[in-house]
Design a binder for this molecule. Sequence first.
Ligand code: SF4
Length: 723
Amino acid sequence: MKLTRRSFLKASAATGALAALSGGVMSFERWSAKAAESSDVKMIPSICEMCGTKCGIIVKVKNGRVVKIEGNKDHPNGKGKICARGNAGMKLLYDPDRLKQPLKREGDKFVPISWEQAFREIGEKLKEIKAKYGPEALVWSTHPELVNDYEVIFNQAFGSPNLSPHAPTCYSPRNAAYKAIYGDVPTVDYGNVKYYISCGRNLVEGISVSQVTGIMKAKEKGAKIIVLDPRYSNFAALASEWVPIRPGTDLAFLLAMIYLIIKNEWYDKEFVANYTVGFDEVAAEVEKYTPKWAEEITGIPAATIERITEEFAKAKPAAVIDPGWHTSRYMNSTEMVRAGAVINALMGNLGQKGGLKFSKYNFTKVEEREGLWPKLEKPKAKRFDGAGGEKWPLAKGLGMIQMLPEHILSGEPYPIKAYIANHHNPVRSAGNSKKWIEALKKLDLVVVIDVQMSETALMAHYVLPESTYLERFDPPQIAGNAVALRQPAVKPLHNTMGADDIIKELAHEVGIGQYFNYTLEQFSDQMLKPFNVTFKQLMEKGVIALDDGKPVNKVPEIKTESKKIELSSPAFEKAGTKRVPTWVPPGVTERNGKLRFLHGHTAVHTHTSTFNNEYLHALMPENVLWINTRTAEKLGINNGDLVEVKSDYGKVTIKAKVTEAIHPDAVFMVHGFGGFSPYQKKAYHKGASTSFIVPNHAEPLSGASADCEVLVEVRKIGGGANA
Ligand code: SF4
């Protein structure tokens, strides 16, 4: 029996996205039981790529065709469970709209060309640009950092400092603040937490399967979950308490918590004395941040802040503030993460059961590995965006790719002439689409490596089709206490290549082939050597545990300069602010009758990459604008009406969802919809794209995009079903 769209929808509608997490078993077992359980089914352990969290999967293949994808019980990410997107992965593989051969722009059209022609012509152009403008004229962006080591080697060998992850439109504030305070980026021991405060994180819709199952386990054991969010998200609905805070004011809530924790001596004195520096400086700074002060800013009663803080402190050390991943929302987001990091330290929760977890294993950096390639030199030029430099020291390693259009158009600090986007679609995933389009048109060379014809690919001179994650190898990955491998379940269906091979071929064309004279197996074996694991062993098992995975209650080695948790931070001071957490207002404080625009994830889609997937499209084909009942009434908007949403950056039309579940000052849209690549037929013009509304700011500390710092006007333009 074959898995059909109808059967997927039937079960998915009944179970919903969350239920799909329960082992990926209840629906697909039934549909594809015959095919997936017959004795000639091959089971290939691999890693999902329907989002960036890399859950372990078992791909079932019969007669050369993928018939089912299940979770891999041996893999720490997911432990046998996958989400709706993971289940629907085969529809990416078999999508008739996916890229099937290299393409070259000719006028307004794309024409098929051979790989040889593509590599030769791109190579020639890159060499010409390098000779005329220097290697720094190339900017390379990547998401979600699949073959990052290959990209690091390529860019360094080419001489460009401009390799950029998607961090500033996602996790830059979290990483910047955690690295400054703790020297590393921890996650939460979700399964054992007793008191969990989420600062805007919608954990059940910005999904990591392990984290969702962990927090649900903690909830069953009686953990208290508090969600600070201007919107009543699905996570808020599952929480013990929803705190409908004003947008951009979580920092004030946290500063008042620090005030209360210190004033009432609710902190872990021994931990603070042994592992931190700067406590007295923090205590002096927060004297003014009373709950009453925070009430004025947040709209949350002082008594609520006091009660939550006391309950939270009593649960230490299994009490955690979690800013989540997508922290690039407000101009004060990095400061907000820092305040939360200080509270975590005051609770003494680092390395403790139910507290913050730090990874035990890491691969060495490519610069530190030897033997397979000549010594890499640091590029001479500074980055185009200043990340890691004097102005944005905290943005080191994170970059500010959202500022690329600005720099292309201004020609500052130097001309940028070539852009390569690997698996990244900033024209629709970063803000201000119009400006991206205008800027990319100015470049001499735009190359996009992707599985689908994205909106960024529409702007390219060359589009290089990548094999899907079900058709290719990637270098090994570390997952918790294990190493794991993504490997092909089937041969490439079309004339596509893995990104690692694409990069190697490009390297040979631009004269840096000597840095890529090895196979993926040799490269992987070098990465795996410190763990006494080989590529071949990983191919066989898919995942190999490096220890028993049992939690150890141990304060980790703190990797800051002082070797202590820096409550008072020289790194923040160097970035131009106080050494200790302080109040910084959000960028937008006066609304002048307009509404704050917020956006976020849904559980069944990822960024801009899943909207043409037949199953996922059917589960959620379009987005709507959440608007508060009272706000809608004032504007004469009814549920289902067509409305125009307009910011300083652009406008979209979308259906209104009138609800009590959003703060009256704000409106909300799920992002990723509103595709305008006609090559993706199912996703084309479905819903509205947030990228036409949101800006590309550079937050002063981490350089993040602060893409919720925007006001919109909403007006009715047509009646809906209920009008
Ligand atoms: S969370 Fe879902 S989509 Fe993401 S890796 Fe895991 S199974 Fe795949």
